[in-house]
Design a protein around this ligand. Structure first.
Ligand code: GLN
Length: 206
Protein backbone atom coordinates (compact mmCIF):
# COMPACT_ATOMS: atom_id res chain seq x y z
CA UNK A 1 0.00 0.00 0.00
CA UNK A 2 2.81 2.40 0.79
CA UNK A 3 4.89 1.23 -2.16
CA UNK A 4 4.97 2.90 -5.53
CA UNK A 5 5.57 0.29 -8.21
CA UNK A 6 8.04 -1.39 -5.93
CA UNK A 7 9.66 1.90 -4.88
CA UNK A 8 9.67 2.56 -1.18
CA UNK A 9 8.64 6.18 -0.51
CA UNK A 10 11.38 8.30 1.05
CA UNK A 11 9.79 10.71 3.47
CA UNK A 12 11.45 13.47 5.46
CA UNK A 13 10.23 14.72 8.81
CA UNK A 14 11.31 18.25 9.72
CA UNK A 15 13.13 17.69 13.00
CA UNK A 16 14.00 21.20 14.22
CA UNK A 17 11.66 20.80 17.21
CA UNK A 18 8.26 19.32 18.04
CA UNK A 19 6.79 15.81 17.81
CA UNK A 20 8.69 14.53 14.78
CA UNK A 21 9.38 11.15 16.38
CA UNK A 22 5.72 10.14 16.40
CA UNK A 23 5.45 10.88 12.66
CA UNK A 24 8.59 8.87 12.06
CA UNK A 25 7.17 5.86 13.88
CA UNK A 26 3.87 5.95 11.99
CA UNK A 27 5.63 6.30 8.61
CA UNK A 28 7.97 3.40 9.38
CA UNK A 29 5.00 1.29 10.38
CA UNK A 30 3.62 1.97 6.88
CA UNK A 31 6.86 0.88 5.24
CA UNK A 32 8.31 4.30 4.32
CA UNK A 33 11.99 5.14 4.54
CA UNK A 34 12.24 8.09 6.92
CA UNK A 35 14.89 10.78 7.24
CA UNK A 36 15.00 13.56 9.82
CA UNK A 37 15.51 16.92 8.12
CA UNK A 38 17.51 19.65 9.83
CA UNK A 39 19.52 21.13 6.94
CA UNK A 40 18.68 21.98 3.31
CA UNK A 41 20.76 19.08 1.94
CA UNK A 42 18.68 16.62 3.92
CA UNK A 43 15.82 17.33 1.48
CA UNK A 44 17.75 15.84 -1.44
CA UNK A 45 16.11 12.76 -2.90
CA UNK A 46 13.03 12.86 -0.68
CA UNK A 47 9.56 12.17 -2.10
CA UNK A 48 7.64 14.03 0.59
CA UNK A 49 8.01 15.93 3.85
CA UNK A 50 6.02 16.17 7.08
CA UNK A 51 6.26 19.24 9.30
CA UNK A 52 5.28 18.21 12.84
CA UNK A 53 3.47 19.90 15.68
CA UNK A 54 5.40 21.99 18.14
CA UNK A 55 5.68 25.75 18.43
CA UNK A 56 5.40 27.50 15.09
CA UNK A 57 7.32 30.67 15.98
CA UNK A 58 10.28 28.66 17.29
CA UNK A 59 10.15 26.30 14.33
CA UNK A 60 10.04 29.22 11.90
CA UNK A 61 12.98 30.99 13.53
CA UNK A 62 15.05 27.80 13.49
CA UNK A 63 14.15 27.28 9.83
CA UNK A 64 15.44 30.80 9.10
CA UNK A 65 18.64 30.14 11.06
CA UNK A 66 19.30 26.87 9.21
CA UNK A 67 18.66 28.39 5.76
CA UNK A 68 15.62 26.18 5.21
CA UNK A 69 12.93 28.67 4.19
CA UNK A 70 13.63 28.86 0.44
CA UNK A 71 14.58 25.16 0.10
CA UNK A 72 11.31 24.21 1.82
CA UNK A 73 9.32 26.49 -0.51
CA UNK A 74 11.04 24.96 -3.54
CA UNK A 75 10.32 21.48 -2.17
CA UNK A 76 6.61 22.29 -1.67
CA UNK A 77 6.34 23.51 -5.26
CA UNK A 78 7.07 19.99 -6.50
CA UNK A 79 6.66 17.44 -3.74
CA UNK A 80 4.05 16.45 -1.21
CA UNK A 81 4.19 18.27 2.13
CA UNK A 82 1.98 17.91 5.21
CA UNK A 83 1.92 20.14 8.27
CA UNK A 84 0.25 19.08 11.52
CA UNK A 85 -0.75 21.83 13.96
CA UNK A 86 2.34 24.10 14.24
CA UNK A 87 3.39 22.63 10.88
CA UNK A 88 0.06 23.70 9.35
CA UNK A 89 0.60 27.22 10.73
CA UNK A 90 4.10 27.26 9.24
CA UNK A 91 2.74 26.26 5.80
CA UNK A 92 -0.01 28.92 5.83
CA UNK A 93 0.07 32.28 4.09
CA UNK A 94 -1.26 34.21 7.07
CA UNK A 95 -1.13 33.52 10.82
CA UNK A 96 -2.19 37.05 11.82
CA UNK A 97 1.18 37.71 13.47
CA UNK A 98 4.68 38.52 12.45
CA UNK A 99 6.48 35.18 12.33
CA UNK A 100 8.39 33.30 9.64
CA UNK A 101 5.97 31.34 7.42
CA UNK A 102 6.51 29.25 4.31
CA UNK A 103 3.28 30.69 2.85
CA UNK A 104 2.87 27.72 0.50
CA UNK A 105 -0.82 27.09 1.25
CA UNK A 106 -3.54 29.60 0.52
CA UNK A 107 -5.04 29.35 4.00
CA UNK A 108 -5.36 31.75 6.94
CA UNK A 109 -5.00 30.38 10.45
CA UNK A 110 -5.70 31.62 13.93
CA UNK A 111 -3.19 30.28 16.44
CA UNK A 112 -4.34 28.88 19.78
CA UNK A 113 -7.90 29.41 18.63
CA UNK A 114 -9.49 27.31 21.34
CA UNK A 115 -8.17 29.40 24.20
CA UNK A 116 -6.82 28.48 27.60
CA UNK A 117 -9.99 26.94 28.98
CA UNK A 118 -10.04 24.09 26.46
CA UNK A 119 -6.54 24.14 25.11
CA UNK A 120 -6.60 20.40 24.38
CA UNK A 121 -9.49 18.17 23.37
CA UNK A 122 -10.33 15.12 21.30
CA UNK A 123 -13.27 14.66 18.96
CA UNK A 124 -14.38 12.31 16.19
CA UNK A 125 -14.66 14.06 12.84
CA UNK A 126 -15.75 12.95 9.40
CA UNK A 127 -13.00 13.09 6.74
CA UNK A 128 -14.56 11.86 3.48
CA UNK A 129 -11.21 12.05 1.61
CA UNK A 130 -9.82 9.19 3.72
CA UNK A 131 -12.06 6.78 1.77
CA UNK A 132 -9.36 6.88 -0.89
CA UNK A 133 -7.22 4.73 1.41
CA UNK A 134 -9.93 2.92 3.38
CA UNK A 135 -13.55 2.60 2.21
CA UNK A 136 -14.72 2.16 5.81
CA UNK A 137 -16.44 5.50 6.57
CA UNK A 138 -15.59 5.40 10.29
CA UNK A 139 -14.80 8.84 11.75
CA UNK A 140 -11.24 9.98 12.50
CA UNK A 141 -10.32 10.55 16.13
CA UNK A 142 -8.79 14.03 16.04
CA UNK A 143 -6.52 15.21 18.89
CA UNK A 144 -6.19 18.99 19.28
CA UNK A 145 -3.39 20.45 21.43
CA UNK A 146 -3.30 24.26 21.65
CA UNK A 147 -4.47 23.99 18.09
CA UNK A 148 -5.04 26.59 15.44
CA UNK A 149 -8.23 26.95 13.45
CA UNK A 150 -8.09 27.27 9.71
CA UNK A 151 -10.09 30.47 9.46
CA UNK A 152 -10.15 30.84 5.70
CA UNK A 153 -9.40 28.55 2.77
CA UNK A 154 -8.90 30.26 -0.58
CA UNK A 155 -8.59 28.51 -3.95
CA UNK A 156 -6.73 26.49 -4.98
CA UNK A 157 -6.81 25.22 -1.38
CA UNK A 158 -9.89 23.23 -0.40
CA UNK A 159 -11.55 22.26 2.88
CA UNK A 160 -10.80 18.66 3.86
CA UNK A 161 -12.46 18.42 7.29
CA UNK A 162 -14.57 20.44 9.69
CA UNK A 163 -15.60 20.20 13.31
CA UNK A 164 -19.27 19.31 13.83
CA UNK A 165 -19.95 23.06 14.26
CA UNK A 166 -18.52 23.78 10.81
CA UNK A 167 -15.14 25.26 11.75
CA UNK A 168 -12.35 24.15 9.41
CA UNK A 169 -9.60 21.91 10.78
CA UNK A 170 -8.01 20.37 7.67
CA UNK A 171 -7.27 21.65 4.17
CA UNK A 172 -5.60 20.43 1.01
CA UNK A 173 -4.03 22.25 -1.91
CA UNK A 174 -3.01 19.72 -4.55
CA UNK A 175 -0.19 17.71 -2.95
CA UNK A 176 -0.07 19.97 0.13
CA UNK A 177 -1.94 19.08 3.30
CA UNK A 178 -2.62 20.93 6.57
CA UNK A 179 -4.30 19.51 9.68
CA UNK A 180 -4.91 21.45 12.89
CA UNK A 181 -4.89 18.15 14.80
CA UNK A 182 -2.37 15.34 15.35
CA UNK A 183 -2.96 12.02 13.51
CA UNK A 184 0.55 10.95 14.58
CA UNK A 185 -0.67 10.75 18.19
CA UNK A 186 -3.35 8.19 17.34
CA UNK A 187 -3.11 4.55 16.34
CA UNK A 188 -5.04 5.24 13.13
CA UNK A 189 -2.73 5.25 10.09
CA UNK A 190 -5.27 6.55 7.57
CA UNK A 191 -4.04 10.16 7.44
CA UNK A 192 -0.44 9.02 6.91
CA UNK A 193 -1.67 6.59 4.24
CA UNK A 194 -3.53 9.48 2.63
CA UNK A 195 -0.34 11.54 2.68
CA UNK A 196 1.58 8.68 1.04
CA UNK A 197 -1.16 8.63 -1.60
CA UNK A 198 -0.46 12.34 -2.28
CA UNK A 199 3.27 11.56 -2.39
CA UNK A 200 2.64 8.99 -5.13
CA UNK A 201 0.44 11.44 -7.03
CA UNK A 202 3.05 14.20 -6.89
CA UNK A 203 5.91 11.89 -7.90
CA UNK A 204 6.83 11.83 -11.56
CA UNK A 205 7.24 8.29 -12.91
CA UNK A 206 10.63 7.04 -11.89
N1 GLN B 1 0.17 26.43 19.70
C1 GLN B 1 1.23 26.05 18.80
C2 GLN B 1 1.54 27.18 17.83
O1 GLN B 1 0.80 28.12 17.77
C3 GLN B 1 0.87 24.79 18.02
C4 GLN B 1 0.64 23.63 18.97
C5 GLN B 1 0.89 22.29 18.37
O2 GLN B 1 1.60 22.14 17.37
N2 GLN B 1 0.39 21.27 19.03
O3 GLN B 1 2.52 27.17 17.16
Amino acid sequence: MSRDNGKIPRIGVLALQGDFLEHRQMLERLGALVREVRLPEHLDGLDGLIIPGGESTTMGKLAVDFGLIEPLRAFAAEKAMWGTCAGAIFMSKDARRDQPLLGVMNIEVERNAFGRQVDSFEIDIDVPALRVVDPDPKPFHAIFIRAPLIEAVHPPAEVLARLPDGRIVAAQQGHLLATAFHPELTDDPRFHQYFLHLVRQAAPAR
